[in-house]
Design a protein around this ligand. Sequence first.
Ligand SMILES: CC(=O)SCCNC(=O)CCNC(=O)[C@H](O)C(C)(C)COP(=O)(O)OP(=O)(O)OC[C@H]1O[C@@H](n2cnc3c(N)ncnc32)[C@H](O)[C@@H]1OP(=O)(O)O
Ligand SMILES: CC(C)C(=O)C(=O)O
Length: 582
Amino acid sequence: MTSQNIDNAQVEQVTVRSQGQTRLVPGNKYRPFPSIELPERQWPSRSITTAPTWCSVDLRDGNQALPTPMSVEEKLRMFDLLVKVGFKEIEIGFPSASQIEYDFIRRLVDENRVPDDVTVQVITQSREDLIRRTFESIRGLKKVIVHLYNSTSPAQRRLVFGLDKAGIVDIATRGTKLIKELVATVPETEITLQYSPESFALTEIDFSLEICEAVVDIWQPTPTNKIILNLPETVQIATPNVYADQIEWFCRHMRDRNSAIISLHTHNDRGTGVATTELGLMAGATRVEGTLFGNGERTGNVDIVVVALNMHMQGLDSHLDFSDLDSIRVVYEECTRMQVPMRQPYAGELVFTAFSGSHQDAIQKGMAAWEESEGGIWDVPYLPIDPKDIGRSYEAIIRINSQSGKGGVAYIMETEYGFHLPKPMRVEFGKVINVLADASGEELPPQKIYEAFMHEYIDRNGPFVLEEFHTEKVSGEVECRAHVSVNGAMHELQARGNGPIDAFVRALNEAQLANFSLLSYTEHSLKHGSDAQAIAYIQIEATSNETNTTSAFFGAAIETNIEMASIKSVISALNRSQVAGA
Ligand SMILES: CC(=O)SCCNC(=O)CCNC(=O)[C@H](O)C(C)(C)COP(=O)(O)OP(=O)(O)OC[C@H]1O[C@@H](n2cnc3c(N)ncnc32)[C@H](O)[C@@H]1OP(=O)(O)O
Ligand SMILES: CC(C)C(=O)C(=O)O
């Protein structure tokens, strides 16, 4: 790859007219990013097998991108959160940037808030006054990574620094020399140097190597006292494979590879921060800088929550704890004043929710199979991880609107209210809910679905009303006596059958109050304990007196006495058949 000069380029954008519309095409305003010459690249056939060292840059790169940067108190709260999540390296700020940044670091020192197993990192430009101020800020800390950066890309060399390559190398090496000198001023502190050739991904790869090796030559790292070479994709300008090639090329060509930790720092301008980081790990890096939920400059830094949970879903221990992601999100939103979008991977409110019928059906079947497997391999369609792993409940997995189907409605009735609707009844009740959802045009919360069930099946009070019901055993059969009013007219019924339901069905038919037969019957208890109730579901086939056609109807009833629930479910089904005109 060579540097390109656009100064004199003749830029032409082209306007295209097609089918009555005008469209701007880029013409030669932009250039494709050149690829890296890397014969027999290895990364495409590798996979990620261990967690990298994670470094949170929430308190630096995240903070510097906020409209209102965090206060000292907010930074302290965020720091405690990052420690709790399990970060062992945390970039705590840019101490020479502002008094708040400086004071925050002093609070960490004065209040002894940095755990022994956590190393803090501070960033500085390669300018003498800023480096000296940085060293003043870290006095009293046990372990510190001093992070020196300067930008190296052709555009930044030309536009920001007005320097050639040698001048840019000189900025880096002068800074390194000064840091080396200042180590003696903090004897109680173990210093690691991190050097970032900022805009690495946009820099000629051989120049990136040259400047890093110039820094290495001064710092003199060893395999037991390594330097961190952080190779940032400061601005994302190419597909993720290009960054992976750059990382693998760098790892292959650098001298003394064992004395350096190769670190990734990616942004998300093209929306591929996670992919770029994952390929960078496959290409040989062992450390990742990023932020919670991807806060950071412009479109953000890479979202470490996603990279870590992507590992989790492959069965890898990420060493970070996101088992209560909602609480982490609350602290993040309060400290940064940013919001996690509803579709954010893992953390978004809607990412484990299905509204659509076919997804709900598959999820319901998958969940049932997984529960039966008692801890088997997670293989639930449409749910890449178990929401419970990150502290989410199963309640929101299925939500109902007009796109939903019977499976989803049955899932809500079962998980929220303990009603195991018989399979054919799901079809019938699913249609009831679909009509309601269509009419409202909105989501139907579980309470509304429950109310619709009660209204449709349980709370019907006519035209049939059961006033009295008794049974007794007579010569091996059950004899029932009942008082049933129909549209207010009272009828006394009596019949025998092989059980109470059979006797009651016969009594109604013999008295010519209805013309129907029993198709199916199920029951189950609803609650346990002294106020235990049972629900009975019955399906009848009713014949219309007018048209002599038959139709099937479900009825349901809830009672403490299961016999009474079954008899009332017959009445419920009859009442529904009357409304439908059977
Ligand atoms: C990609 C990244 O995220 S890098 C981190 C960026 N973060 C921040 O900038 C947040 C904190 N920064 C600040 O508070 C301020 O920018 C400070 C305190 C660091 C510096 O402030 P100032 O000197 O007032 O201003 P400013 O940042 O504009 O300085 C630009 C000068 O620094 C030079 N410069 C920029 N980066 C570097 C560097 N890494 N090393 C040495 N010099 C640098 C520029 O060439 C420019 O020089 P010039 O004045 O001769 O043209
Ligand atoms: C200083 C570097 C690492 C940086 O923040 C970037 O390149 O985005």
